[in-house]
Ligand binder design. Structure first.
Ligand code: ZN
Length: 239
């Protein structure tokens, strides 16, 4: 068990729910932070309470460690970024190769606000679900961006925050496997049923991998990862 409490960037999606379980396994006090920036998939914010209650029910020690929840409204981020995540336009790839769901600097802002809150709450560790492995090329998900930001935040706030990104080098199938390692089938089931990933904010029908439109890049990634995870999870036959 590491010393010092943790603040988890907790959106209510698959990745951040896995990160929350990862943090509950490691830190004696874990608080959560969600951002409302006018995202089309704001429904993910409504999943947060259900997920927090569900995850606390999985292990008594997790229930004991799970602390306060915080939400911050970042309306300004929605106003400066006219992207497919905050506007009712089709998701597409732009000339630069990035999808138009890219909100410039989103994770830089999120982590900066998280550090300001962690400072006030005397929390040392900040945990986020950024991932370089099968991301959409978002530059603020890169390991180097996070490491540079850790240095900048520690210099600028005169603290020794540690930024953790447990999903940085694993793919979506391995993220499902990590959830399984941390909380077993019960955690996998909770993530399938109650986390939200779909960019369009559609709960839609219940697929094997959870709810969503089934078509957008986020649903596609989640569905393909789940299918790979369940295929790998099948024990080999004796033959
Ligand atoms: Zn979708």
């Amino acid at each position: 068990m590491s010393a010092g409490g943790a603040l988890v960037l907790f959106s209510g999606g698959q990745d951040s729910t896995t990160c929350l379980a990862w943090a509950l396994e490691r830190f004696d006090r874990v608080e959560t932070l969600g951002f409302d920036y006018g995202q089309r998939h704001r429904i993910e914010l409504e999943c947060r309470d259900t997920l927090r209650t569900g995850i606390a029910a999985l292990k008594p020690e997790w229930a004991a460690r799970l602390g306060d929840d915080h939400t911050l409204a970042l309306d300004a981020l929605g106003r400066v970024s006219e992207t497919a995540l905050t506007r009712d336009t089709a998701i597409a790839f732009e000339a630069g190769g990035l999808p138009n769901t890219f909100v410039p600097g989103r994770n830089i802002l999120f982590l900066t606000f998280a550090a300001a809150l962690a400072y006030r709450r005397s929390l040392t560790h900040i945990v986020g679900g950024m991932c370089e492995t099968d991301y959409s090329g978002y530059p603020d998900c890169r390991d180097d961006t996070i490491k540079a930001l850790q240095v900048a935040l520690n210099l600028g706030m005169d603290r020794r925050f540690v930024l953790h990104t447990p999903l940085m080098w694993i793919d979506k199938a391995e993220t499902w496997a990590l959830a399984n390692d941390l909380g077993g089938q019960a955690l996998v089931d909770l993530i399938v049923e109650d986390s939200h990933t779909c960019y369009l904010g559609t709960r839609g029908m219940r697929h094997a991998w959870g709810h969503g439109c089934g078509q957008c890049p986020a649903c596609d990634l989640r569905a393909r990862g789940f299918s790979k995870f369940t295929a790998e999870a099948v024990p080999p036959s004796d033959a």
